[in-house]
Design a protein around this ligand. Structure first.
Ligand code: FE2
Length: 530
């Protein structure tokens, strides 16, 4: 009897411990402050829905559930329909939300028609998720394509107003997110304007739980959530998804004495990223991939951080700067990109790129002495030159490099050496093989949030001096927003949309543009912005 009681007691204890562990496991998906922002109307889909990596016949659907009890895997049913009332359900199925992937769910739906809108939703615990809208990429002859390009979404710095404007647009085929989806810092805020929305967790992200919590906080933002709900995204990471100025084996903002092993931190950051992004999982946890938009455009999305990047050089006198064995993207990725471009029959060749690719001379802007931004392609000149050499040697043109990271808006004529008259002529367009357009930040600090406004105007004037940067055709250093790229067989057109403010919620934006890249004679910037 005594033994019986003992064993019953043991069983009860075990059950209690298991229940406690279950509860811990469930709550450990994010910081305890996260549920305080939950909108109960959305339960259990507090983070909304998303779609991504569209192709002509398939797309990835994403959601996440927050189980109310227990920690076991959750069954989630999904539907995809041709209409938003779901009168024509075309595809449906069941997926599992598992604790080991933080209850995120990804479904790769195939058998779809190219260039078509679809609506989708999920169901769990008797509740439907919000209805998402997505679109497959087109195939064959394509008359027009509309891409939106965004990057640098910083929660403490301001509201994501530009995303609200982007969300409601009906003319966008796909959104390219070029990285800095989150920022890893504990603090933050709008330095000059006294605005802050504190980060969760309040410390720097290092562990898996930290990164998961940070994504959870960003994805609870209704403006970001709405942009995901209404558009498919193609996303790559930049540095802040791991740590500032990251490279394959470390980062400027990673001190092993303080934060432990880089490999462990990187693995946690990458795991959380793949859990939260609407991208198909792959065993290599690789973000390097290609998309096609019929005969109109091919798009190569690069990894300039964690695959092969060598550490940044320490300065202009560091011999590493010109060392031809240093990499930004590495031999394998470069070969994949260049051969792909050579074999591409698409009219436009687009590169989704993290950091400024074009040579940029800013030695007379901030200092009398030569300066090089070591984290950009200027800090990896040998590898960049190999790419230009290849493009020139094979007569490739109609290249559009799309860039994030820099928090400001730039348009360059794409040329290897803008100060060398043998290579480039601003008047005739000699040596120009395309354009580079950078998207401003959605909210991360830009010039006038760091230095007085008169300095930003002076910096702009100096950057635009023809003797320093003759290939620079548009520059805005002070505004937040996004870029759109409109492609037709004849033109590539860039337009910028700037949020009126990021300090209070508004959906008002100001249009600036267009800048048009004309294909017929490779003459760039037919319509220039004053
Ligand atoms: Fe950034």
């Amino acid at each position: 009897m005594k033994n019986n009681l003992k064993s019953k007691g043991l069983i009860i204890c075990c059950v209690l411990v298991l229940c406690m562990l279950s509860g811990i496991e469930a709550s450990a998906q994010f910081h305890p402050a996260i549920p305080q922002s939950f909108d109960s109307d959305l339960a259990p889909f507090y983070f909304g829905v998303a779609s991504g990596d569209p192709h002509p016949g398939d797309v990835v659907l994403w959601t996440k559930v927050v189980p109310e009890t227990g920690s076991g895997a959750q069954q989630v049913t999904w539907q995809l329909a041709a209409d938003s009332n779901f009168t024509q359900v075309l595809k449906s199925g069941v997926a599992m939300a598992k604790p080991e992937t933080a209850y995120t769910v990804k479904v790769l739906v195939d058998g779809l028609e190219p260039g078509s809108y679809y609506f989708y939703r999920f169901r769990n615990g008797g509740r439907w998720s919000p209805i998402g809208r997505t679109k497959t990429t087109p195939a064959g002859d394509v008359e027009e394509l509309h891409l939106a390009v965004i990057s640098c979404v910083n929660y403490p710095s301001g509201y994501f107003n530009a995303l609200e404007d982007l969300a409601r647009r009906k003319d966008i085929d796909v959104v390219l997110h070029l990285g800095d989806y989150i920022y890893e810092y504990g603090g933050g805020g709008n330095r000059k304007k006294g605005f802050s929305r504190p980060h969760i967790p309040p410390h720097e992200c290092v562990s898996l739980e930290d990164y998961r919590s940070r994504y959870a906080q960003y994805r609870l933002d209704p403006q970001l959530q709405e942009a995901h709900r209404l558009h498919p995204f193609i996303i790559i990471w930049d540095d802040h998804e791991t740590a500032n100025n990251s490279y394959a084996t470390g980062a400027q903002n990673h001190d092993p004495r303080r934060e432990g092993s880089w490999e462990k931190r990187k693995a946690a950051a990458v795991q959380a990223w793949f859990e939260w992004m609407p991208i198909a999982d792959n065993p290599a946890e690789n973000i390097i991939r290609k998309f096609s938009f019929g005969k109109l455009a091919d798009l190569w999305m690069l990894d300039e951080r964690l695959t092969a990047r060598s550490p940044q050089a320490r300065g202009v006198d560091d011999p590493a700067l010109t060392d031809s064995t240093r990499h930004m993207i590495g031999e394998e990725q470069r070969k994949w990109l260049l051969e792909g471009m050579l074999n591409s029959e698409a009219r436009w060749k687009l590169i989704g790129n993290q950091v400024i690719f074009s040579p940029l001379h800013d030695s007379r802007v901030f200092s009398r002495n030569p300066t090089v931004r070591m984290d950009r392609w200027d800090g990896y000149p040998a590898e960049r030159q190999k790419m230009f050499d290849f493009w020139y040697a094979h007569g490739l043109n109609n290249i559009v490099v799309l860039t994030g990271d820099v928090h400001t808006s730039w348009a360059f004529e794409l040329t290897a050496d803008p100060l060398n008259p043998q290579v480039y002529d601003r008047k005739t367009g000699k040596g120009v093989i395309g354009a580079e357009f950078t998207t401003p930040s959605i909210s991360s600090f830009n010039f006038d949030e760091v230095v007085p406004r008169f300095i930003t105007w002076e910096a702009k004037r100096r950057f635009k001096r023809k003797k320093h940067n003759p290939h620079l055709r548009f520059l805005d250093l002070n505004r937040h927003g996004y870029l759109t790229l409109t492609l037709t067989p004849e033109t590539a057109r860039a337009d910028w949309y700037f949020a009126k403010t990021i300090l209070k919620k508004t959906d008002k934006v100001k249009h600036c543009g267009p800048i048009i890249l004309q294909i017929d004679d490779n003459k760039l910037f037919k319509n220039r912005i004053k």
